[in-house]
Design a protein around this ligand. Structure first.
Ligand SMILES: Cc1cc2nc3c(=O)[nH]c(=O)nc-3n(C[C@H](O)[C@H](O)[C@H](O)COP(=O)(O)O)c2cc1C
Length: 183
């Protein structure tokens, strides 16, 4: 069993996938911080191309992570909660299938088993939403307690970043600052 870093126990991990809207994730991060969360951004390797990493690091005060640690590096603290936004077709299907070939997926693979709340905000086109594999993945994740929001194919404008933070357990009354959010 791993040791949880007490100081970081309530950190919200925001996992960013390689969707066209990913560059706007700063809006979600700012909203989460406003609601009292410390935020750690984790990007899939493909998502790095879409992000202003320096701006996100300035916003969070933490290095954006995208790869597994080296065996010699210390184990990072366990997240208090995880948001996946934007969540791609690829990452949603891999999460449901139990594939852990990126650091982001490794975090997701363990989260349900550790009782860590996970909110998924999909950004998936109608064509991909219509696929049986995707529908199965969403149903399987929901059956495991993962909160998959019903906002498919968010456009470049108006992607509902705020819905993800609002869906976090114990955070419906946003605006609470400091401390560790209840779960
Ligand atoms: C400009 C661009 C925009 C993309 N937008 C989306 C998207 O909105 N949703 C999606 O599921 N995939 C999208 N993709 C495809 C993903 O980037 C691709 O499936 C990638 O392998 C996902 O990797 P990840 O899930 O590890 O982040 C986009 C690709 C490009 C080049």
């Amino acid at each position: 069993m791993g040791v949880v870093g007490v100081a970081d126990e309530g950190v919200l991990y925001v996992i960013v996938c390689a969707a066209g809207v990913a560059g706007g994730v700063g809006e979600l991060v700012a909203g989460a911080r406003e609601a009292g969360w410390e935020v750690q951004v984790v990007a899939t390797p493909a998502a790095l191309e879409f992000l202003d990493v320096v701006a996100l690091e300035r916003l969070t005060g933490r290095a954006v992570r995208s790869r597994y640690r080296r065996p010699s590096e210390p184990k990072p603290p366990r997240p208090g909660a995880i948001i996946v936004a934007p969540a791609t077709f690829n990452t949603i299907n891999k999460f449901a299938a139990g594939i852990a070939d990126t650091y982001a997926l490794g975090l997701l693979a363990e989260a349900p088993g550790l009782g860590i709340p996970v909110v998924v905000l999909p950004c998936v086109s109608d064509a991909l939403v219509s696929r049986a594999a995707y529908r199965r993945s969403v149903a399987e994740l929901r059956a495991e307690g993962v909160r998959v929001l019903s906002v498919d194919d968010g456009g470049a404008e108006g992607f509902p970043w705020g819905a993800a933070v609002a869906a976090l357990p114990g955070m419906r009354d946003s605006g609470r600052r400091g401390g560790r959010p209840s779960r």
